[in-house]
Design a protein around this ligand. Structure first.
Ligand code: MG
Length: 383
């Protein structure tokens, strides 16, 4: 039987010298005894999976609003795809898989309802009060908003998992009285999760775009990354139905992107001569990257999605509806905060009304927001 200390030793032996090790974690904000059979980041992952915010991901949108169809990605299935891709990369580069998985599973916990349209609408409403950004909200969810433990707010995750969620925010190593705080790069585990996020959403958005018929295979063929993989699949499976061909193409593209990312990143890690995780934080060159050729091809694919899917008139219609709903809800609660449940209303004195309304609306699933809008604005609906 393996106890935590055995597992920690195994990490020391198996992982790369620059991988984060659970035995050397910066720890939790509220000190706790660590679990006897689980590593610190495994425990973080388990806490994330058991959180309320994680379960809500099932009813939050990626691009397609939940009731548009049962087979489109939701934020939950997106999150699982990101975690799976990120773990593949972490394992192959001998990085910490548990930490990578914890960051991946938590990375969208702060996403408001209705995908990017919802986020834009939240940011508009919060402009005078510091704005809204879903990465910051993910941190707020795990540090403040989850209510699970009697001794502390949030999930009390390790420093490394929290640090891994700080996208687009300055980050510093845990304070050391001898040296001034200097801004550092993210851990490799956080950097690869970022790329896994991008690989996952570009490819599943193509898949969902084709399923919804908002994008056509013929127009996709102008994208070099698509075309080269599609031709290879047609060569091998020319007799297969179109749907199978396109799914095989998406599969092959994900494989190429992941392989390229691993190879290029490994090359960079080798030439940077890193001997410990701190070297990653102070590295002068970016370490996790696609090769130049792949970077270019991936960029073309993103541009195609922007022009053909994210600006499709049906996506714009979903976005505009989302915007109206978020604005209405926000204004209704701001006008009369006591329409919110007491557990939220009670926090207004300490945190101010706008931030509490923001937390309440950001936590909603798509269907809850729609139903709540109906209850508040339809005179015939029961409250
Ligand atoms: Mg994401």
């Amino acid at each position: 039987m393996l106890g935590r200390e055995d597992l920690e030793r195994r990490e020391e032996e198996m992982l790369a010298p620059y991988a984060v090790k659970s035995a050397h974690t910066g720890g939790r904000k509220y000190p706790e005894d660590e679990a006897p059979f689980r590593l610190a980041f495994q425990r973080d992952r388990d806490r994330i999976v058991h959180s309320t915010a994680f379960r809500r991901l099932e009813y939050k949108t990626q691009v397609f609003v939940n009731h548009e169809g049962d087979h489109f990605r939701t934020r939950l299935t997106h999150t699982l795809e990101v975690a799976q891709i990120a773990r593949t990369i972490a394992r192959s580069l001998r990085l910490n898989e548990d930490l990578t998985e914890a960051i991946a599973l938590a990375h969208d916990l702060g996403h408001p309802p209705f995908g990017h349209a919802g986020e834009r609408a939240m940011n508009e409403m919060m402009q005078p009060y510091g704005g809204f950004e879903h990465n910051q909200q993910s941190l707020r969810v795990i540090e403040v908003l989850e209510e699970r433990f009697p001794e502390f707010p949030g999930l009390n995750l390790t420093w490394e998992t929290r640090d891994g969620l700080k996208k687009h925010q300055p980050r510093f190593l845990p304070s050391n009285t001898h040296s001034p705080a200097i801004e550092v790069a993210p851990s490799l585990e956080a950097q690869i999760t970022d790329y896994a996020d991008e690989i996952a959403y570009n490819n599943h958005d193509i898949d969902d775009g084709l399923t919804s018929q908002m994008i056509e295979i013929d127009s996709l063929r102008e994208v070099p990354l698509w075309e080269e993989h599609f031709l290879a699949i047609q060569c091998r499976f020319g007799q297969a139905p179109r749907k199978i061909q396109w799914r095989q193409t998406v599969r092959a593209i994900i494989n190429s992107l992941v392989t390229d990312l691993c190879m290029e990143t490994f090359r960079r890690l080798e030439s940077a001569c890193l001997t410990k995780p701190e070297d990653v934080r102070h590295a002068r060159q970016p370490l996790v990257r696609f090769s130049q050729v792949m970077e270019q091809k991936n960029g073309e694919l993103k541009l195609f999605l922007l022009e053909h899917l994210y600006r499709h008139y049906r996506v714009i219609r979903m976005a505009e509806k989302a915007r109206r709903i978020i604005h209405d809800l926000f204004k209704a609660y701001a006008e009369s905060p006591r329409q919110m449940p007491p557990s939220f209303a009670i926090r207004i004195a300490a945190e101010g009304m706008p931030r509490v309304v923001c937390d309440y609306v950001a936590g909603m699933t798509d269907r809850f927001a729609l139903e709540e809008h109906r209850k508040l604005f339809d005179p015939h609906a029961r409250v």
